[in-house]
Ligand binder design. Structure first.
Ligand code: GLN
Length: 489
């Protein structure tokens, strides 16, 4: 049962071939069997899952079904869930139980989903391998004996979906945290247009970049999830007034039958070092698109290679401001000190891990009066230039494609410096700075048998066409990402 896609599972439920309770039990059994080893969940909610499933079965019996009725999902542990602890993978929030529900998780409740648990991530979503989690890193189910990273920061979500410990999951993408982990675990991960999905109730990292989005096994499943997640939210001041996305899970082809589509390739990425497998598979998929009638054009995003530097100034700056609220006074960890300032200091020193502290120090430094103009404002200018360059590029093409990363998943015990981790975001951060939609879709398997992904990038609010083109790539690449195949069962 755990090999079903959302589309297939919904069909079987409608025909009453399976029940929501059976489906939930199948996933709960798998969590029981593999959950510890993969470490993809921080908190499991089996009782809640069975309650949700029972309600879903009632709706199927009454014929009053909801959009994702009975779908067992994992919620990234960054989304506040009422009555269920929400940790952001930090010691600071280890025992934090919200009294409110984030807009995104509420939308999943309203769509009839079954909550399996809260998935693991990098602490406050800062990282690339999910190794900064206070609860230890999740593991990729691919070639599990090698203990590879499932990516980060949404690594618990990708580990869970790839291994069949959830049918789909939520992620958040500030600089690549949905796309990178999906690319190296053979999944589909969409960073929607900024403003399409509400950030309300999602623990803030860098507010002008944070973007909730779906993590699924197929492109059409991503469209189904996005339909539920998208929409304007008065509670989020950056939510787009016209935020809307509707799909019944059937994506119309944008190529073939003489259809015309101009696909851009970013010139500046041509000279970036990537593995030969990534290069070959990317070229193969471009050739496929060409043979289906696409016009391939070279476009220029002149500052795209400076996106990393700009991102690692802007994101820490916003983080240092957002994380100032964790002072031990109202909620979260509190370590008593000799006076108020000592309590602040002791609480923050104990509550935050090394990477989070590094980001806050960088952020505070670039916002200081001596550095503000040369670092923060300069980064803001580069950001503007990149956003403008995307707009210009989209005058020459309809969609852009590029790799999602340089190579396949690395072992969790790889010894990388902070800068080496940051460099892994080279292909993803520019899209966050520009606020444009980008999906990572599997483009094939490397020689070592591990998956690789490529991105489709579109104009703001062109999320539909991004997914439509991704579906063509998914079909051409045709990798087998069924959980039982990955787990060798
Ligand atoms: N790897 C990037 C970082 O560490 C992206 C994180 C994210 O998108 N949440 O900041």
């Amino acid at each position: 049962m755990i090999n079903l896609t959302i589309k297939q599972a919904l069909e079987k439920l409608k025909k009453r071939e399976i029940s929501a309770t059976e489906l939930a039990r199948a996933y709960l059994a798998r969590i029981e069997k593999y959950g510890k080893q993969l470490n993809c969940y921080i908190t499991n909610t089996p009782e809640r899952a069975l309650e949700d499933a029972a309600k879903s079965d009632e709706r199927y019996a009454n014929g009053k079904t909801l959009a994702l009725d009975g779908m067992p999902i994992a919620m990234k542990d960054l989304f506040a869930t009422r009555g269920i602890r929400t940790t952001a993978a930090s010691h600071m929030l280890e025992n934090f139980v919200p009294q409110y529900e984030s807009t995104i998780s509420q939308k999943f409740i309203d769509a009839g989903t079954v909550l399996l648990g809260k998935s693991n991530l990098d602490e406050f979503a800062m990282g690339t391998f999910s190794k900064t989690s206070y609860f230890g890193a999740p593991v990729s189910p691919w070639q599990i004996e090698k203990r590879l990273t499932a990516g980060g920061s949404s690594g618990g979500s990708t580990s869970a979906v790839a291994s069949g410990l959830a049918i789909a999951a939520t992620g958040t993408d500030t600089g690549g945290s949905i796309r990178f982990p999906c690319a190296i675990t053979g999944l589909v991960g969409l960073k929607p247009t900024y403003g399409l999905c509400s950030r309300w109730g999602c623990v803030a990292f860098a507010s002008s970049l944070d973007t909730p989005g779906p993590i699924t096994r197929t492109v059409e499943d991503a469209a189904l999830l996005l339909s539920v997640m998208a929409g304007h939210d008065d509670k989020d001041s950056t939510s787009a007034p016209n935020a809307k996305f509707e799909s019944d899970g059937n994506l119309q082809p944008v190529l073939g039958d003489g259809k015309k589509l101009r696909i851009g390739i970013i010139k500046e990425f041509n000279n970036v070092q990537i593995s030969s497998d990534m290069k070959n598979l990317f070229e193969k998929r471009i050739a496929d698109l060409k043979s289906m009638g696409a016009d391939i054009v070279e476009v220029s995003i002149p500052n795209v290679l400076d996106a990393l530097a700009a991102y690692y100034i802007i994101a820490p700056a916003e983080a240092s401001s957002n994380l100032a609220r964790y002072d031990g006074m109202r909620y979260g960890l509190r370590v008593e000190g000799s006076d108020l300032y000592d309590t602040y200091k002791k609480t923050r020193a104990a509550g935050f891990g090394e990477e989070v502290q590094r980001r806050m120090l960088i952020g505070t430094a670039v916002l200081s009066s001596e550095s503000y103009e040369v670092y923060f404002m300069q980064a803001a200018r580069v950001r503007r230039m990149i956003a403008d360059a995307f707009n210009k590029a989209f005058e020459q093409c309809d969609l852009i494609v590029c790799p999602s990363g340089a190579s396949t998943a690395l072992p969790l015990d790889s010894d990388l410096s902070p800068l080496e981790y940051y460099a892994l975001d080279l292909f993803t951060v520019a899209m966050n700075l520009a606020g444009v939609p980008a999906v990572s879709v599997p483009c094939g398997l490397a020689q070592n048998g591990l998956p690789l992904g490529m991105q489709v990038v579109g104009r703001r609010f062109d999320d539909m066409r991004v997914l439509q083109l991704a579906k063509h790539i998914e079909t051409a690449a045709n990798i087998d990402n069924r959980p039982t195949v990955i787990m060798g069962e």
